[in-house]
Design a protein around this ligand. Structure first.
Ligand code: IDC
Length: 465
């Protein structure tokens, strides 16, 4: 039985590269290793908390890293908290962000900084933009409203705020201040290599639905905004990745994006963009369960996103996806996402770490059924070309194939979350005549040191019986 299972997994893994398809670009670390990012968004609660900081403590961060095996966080920050008064930065807020960011980076986790917004900004009932940059400046929280929160985007004052922000010719100051805010943030983290990049704007929305759906918003306004913003960020930082998102409305559900090719503005012409779309099929928020119809929608979502990532010549991070563990087949939905993400060597950050609701931890911080689906073995850094990898959550088996590159002066590292194999695991490495290995004392990651250049290596991991 066991042997049959192993053979089947190996065959599946091999068939994925059998037709010589071109491998998508991947994220690289400072050593040139191929990196896969797995982590959580932290945190929704920061949008309206008193100090705009998330719930998390340093201990929770350690647990994410060692117990659950995550190597990344998508960390939410807010323009309204960075620049609450026009032209004045809140140094205290930024210092508190820095302190928390270092909880992750000091232990070698990557941080993606995300300037977040939903429903444009604080002045019009949402979060994100400071009240002074909204068409209405009285701070109110409409989100406690009973409707789905994103319906607030249909409020006239919200539409007007988005439209004004993206009409650069009329109100240059808004985008200029947004760019300055990013420059301020980028300057602060310049010396921290584990801050892997900047997610320029959460879920860009043009306000006007007609313009959004016919493509005008992405083709004209959003692309022009990104070009300005990328130039601005690159004037202070030419090493980090820049994460770009398509428009949210429709694309989150699986429709195509109209965003034209966005180019980086690195001094040496290098492209360090990562395509970072969100995945929320409509059944997640509005009634219904995951079924065949949504399985087809999921295929459609991936097929559009893969084409778009190719257009931008960028690797992909699914920046947000999530759902309630109360939905029937939520586990199948998540595993279907991971299978497709792994085929593309795509990274992901689950929405969100907030305890309770969709979170991997319940309100009392005990594990929710979501956690079980998110915790997996994955190649967090591969010293060579990562050909393919699979993880089966039912059997807890992992298989990867890579081509060894000895010009890379660092080992291949496989994340093996400590909570996964209480009775230990068995690993086999095929394709090498000799190698050294080591277990990371803190995270439990398996490090493989090999010196046979060009050799195809297969690693298989399963629970100890
Ligand atoms: C949600 C939070 C919810 C909050 C709402 C509005 O889970 O508590 O009331 O935002 O601020 C997104 C957004 C992300 C959303 C998430 C889930 O980027 O901020 O968080 N979502 O609804 N886009 C689609 C879904």
């Amino acid at each position: 039985m066991e042997t049959k299972r192993i053979i089947i997994s190996i065959l599946i893994c091999m068939s994925m590269t059998a037709f010589g398809q071109k491998l998508p670009p991947t994220i690289k670390d400072a050593f040139g290793r191929t990196v896969i990012l797995h982590g959580l968004n932290t945190a929704g609660g920061a949008k309206h908390s008193k100090d705009n900081q998330p719930w998390i403590t340093e201990n929770d961060v350690a647990k994410e890293n060692t117990e659950f095996g995550f190597n990344t966080v998508r960390y939410l920050i807010f323009w309204g908290a960075i620049e609450p008064k026009k032209g004045e930065y809140d140094e205290n807020y930024l210092a508190e962000v820095k302190k928390r960011v270092e909880w992750y980076t000091d232990r070698g986790m990557y941080v993606i900084l995300d300037i977040h917004q939903d429903v444009y900004g604080y002045g019009v009932g949402g979060n994100g933009a400071p009240a002074w940059a909204c068409t209405q400046t009285k701070i109110q929280n409409l989100i406690s409203d009973k409707r789905a929160w994103w319906m607030q985007n249909l409020e006239p004052k919200v539409i007007k705020s988005y439209v004004t922000f993206f009409k650069y010719d009329k109100r240059k100051d808004l985008q200029q201040h947004y760019i300055l805010a990013w420059k301020k943030v980028a300057e602060m983290f310049q010396d921290n290599p584990y801050v892997i990049g900047y997610d320029l704007m959460n879920e860009p929305h043009g306000g006007n639905l007609a313009n959004t759906l016919c493509g005008k918003f992405e083709k004209k306004q959003l692309s022009a905004f990104y070009r300005r913003l990328i130039r601005g960020v690159r004037s202070v930082d030419s090493t980090r990745y820049i994460f770009i998102e398509p428009r949210s409305f429709g694309v989150n559900f699986g429709m195509k994006s109209y965003l034209p090719r966005i180019k980086d503005a690195m001094p040496d012409g290098e492209n360090k963009l990562i395509y970072a779309p969100h995945l929320y099929l409509i059944f997640v928020d509005v009634g219904g369960n995951y079924n065949k119809k949504y399985q087809r929608k999921l295929e459609q979502w991936f097929s559009h996103r893969i084409k778009e990532a190719k257009l931008h010549k960028a690797p992909m991070l699914i920046g947000e996806f999530g759902l309630s563990p109360g939905k029937k087949d939520f586990d199948k939905y998540l595993q279907d996402i991971f299978t497709r993400a792994n085929q593309q060597k795509a990274s992901w950050t689950y929405w969100s770490s907030d305890p309770g609701g969709w979170g991997p931890l319940k309100g009392d911080k005990s594990p929710s059924p979501i956690l079980h689906e998110l915790v997996s073995v994955y190649p967090k850094a591969t010293a060579g070309q990562l050909k393919n990898f699979t993880y089966d959550s039912k059997t807890q088996t992992f298989l990867m194939t890579y081509i060894c590159d000895t010009t890379i002066a660092a080992p291949t590292e496989i994340a093996i979350p400590k909570s996964l194999y209480p009775n230990g695991y068995v690993r086999s490495v095929a394709g090498l005549s000799g190698w050294n290995e080591e277990t990371d004392a803190t995270t439990g990651a398996l490090k493989i040191y090999a010196d046979e250049h060009g050799q195809e290596v297969t690693v298989f991991i399963r629970p100890k019986e």
